[in-house]
Design a protein around this ligand. Sequence first.
Ligand code: NZQ
Ligand code: ZN
Length: 389
Amino acid sequence: MLNFEIVNPTRIIFGKDQLDRLPVLIKELSPSKRILFAYGGGSIKKNGLHTKILEKLNEFKIIEFGGIEANPQFNTLMKGVRLAQAEKVDFILAVGGGSVIDGVKFMTGAYFYKGDPWDVLLRKDGCTFDDSLSFGTILTLPATGSEANSGAVISRKELNEKRTMGGPLFFPKFSFLDPTVVSTLPKRQLANGIVDAFMHTLEQYLTYPSGNHLQERQAEAILSTLIEIGPSLTDQPGNYELAANLMWCATHALNGNLRCGVPTDWTTHMIGHELTAFYGIDHARTLAIIAPRLFENQFENKKQKLVQYGKRVWELDGNDDEVAKAAIEKTEQFFQLLEIPTHISDYTDPSPEIAKIIRQRFEERGWTEMGERKAILLSDVESIVAAAI
Ligand code: NZQ
Ligand code: ZN
């Protein structure tokens, strides 16, 4: 088992009808009682959550900032930063999925930053966020785990860029996880959520045997639960028990717990972000495109864990090669069962050069040896993308 350190200060309030707690929690965090209420494109207006929140917060001065798009855009978020500064808020409430929550994480850091916050996302020498506003979240889409972690992904369409940021300053102070929000999710977003949580788990599991039996079993528990509930939930999004299980799985998949003491391989996410940056393909779908091809490419390096995964999660029999191969096939079929196609050309007419372009980007960023064994080289990145077209 590898050494590790973990802290997760986010308070989780799980379940339905809990919003009475919202003003109580914010009061502790916002002495000025001036808060920015950030949300996305309007789903919370359609399902009534917007009105409910305003009712609960009637003793606060609320400054609204709607319109944060999926794959939150730097330019939009900077408008929110300027609004928050002009209105001198001391707290931000993020209501939405990963995009709104990530966007708010960025805004809380950019609020205090003196230079161009894009430099922080580019990791220019010495550019970091040193301070942040406090913020809390009300999650409306179980998928990313952003409600319980300190990472964020910010996009800039005009540059075809999607960049990550994070650090201890960016844990939400609290997150409300109410599974009833799932009932209004379009099937596409629900399937995305299942696949994103599934892939967060696999990226911290499909490496080599870690000797951390607890963490490996916990990963397998999440995978098995998602396989069990996923297809039924997309058919009945109003089923509270299924929705609650997805929500709790998605949070656990990326709240820091699964990475304790184990090797990880986030290459599928790294390549996937490029596909979103270039083609706007939904985040989870990029993972479904890349993962099966990456597992095939890294078959020998990941074989022991593929076999463990195949036997324990998919209950497969056979020799090691058969089980490992079938485990990859089962994974791809699971994505397809959720109506998530697994090739780039299913979504767009890709440039024949895309594999080379992504390889070149990785090279420019110095990402030349990836994966748990540093065995995924630039040539592999190019092959994986080419095979995924
Ligand atoms: O904007 P609105 O109108 O709210 O609609 C949203 C959006 O169009 C809709 N939606 C959300 N909740 C809903 C709802 N529609 C009906 N009913 C509800 N209850 O769903 C659409 C997608 O929302 P979005 O927030 O973009 O989805 P998701 O949660 O999948 O977030 C994706 C973003 O998170 C990043 C991704 O890269 C992407 O930018 N990620 C963040 C991570 C993190 N912070 O830890 C890790 C992930 O790997 C991921 O990279
Ligand atoms: Zn993800």
